[in-house]
Design a protein around this ligand. Structure first.
Ligand code: FES
Length: 114
């Protein structure tokens, strides 16, 4: 579905009960963003207008989230210094530092403990 309506676009990524929630502050490539508490990093970045989450190792083409459920790996970013994180599966946390992922890196296969 394509839309140019920002309210409709946001509704694709934010459950109704999140609207009006508290905000947390994160950084993306050095830029401070205020985003709703409880959403995924991918949702927060998309709502903030970010459209390039990573670049491919071969051509350098930019990529952005596609499935939003942990299947496609198009949403990989670096979170708090750890590359290869699936941003659609990680909830935002106040003070989180997110960076665009350029080219190939190691996937983070450690268990989620934070
Ligand atoms: S958007 Fe597909 S794995 Fe994250």
């Amino acid at each position: 579905m394509r839309t140019n309506d920002p309210e409709t676009a946001i509704s694709l990524f934010v459950p109704e009960d999140i609207r009006g929630a508290k905000t947390v502050r994160i950084q993306f490539d050095g830029k401070a963003l205020a985003v709703p508490e409880g959403v995924s990093v991918a949702s927060a970045l998309l709502m903030s207008g970010v459209r390039a989450f990573r670049s491919t190792p071969v051509s350098g083409a930019t990529r952005a989230p596609y499935c939003m459920m942990g299947v496609c790996f198009e949403c990989l970013v670096e979170i708090d210094g750890r590359p290869g994180r699936q941003s659609c599966l990680v909830p935002v946390r106040d003070g989180m530092v997110v960076r665009r992922q350029e080219g190939a890196t190691e996937l983070d296969t450690s268990s989620e403990k934070d």
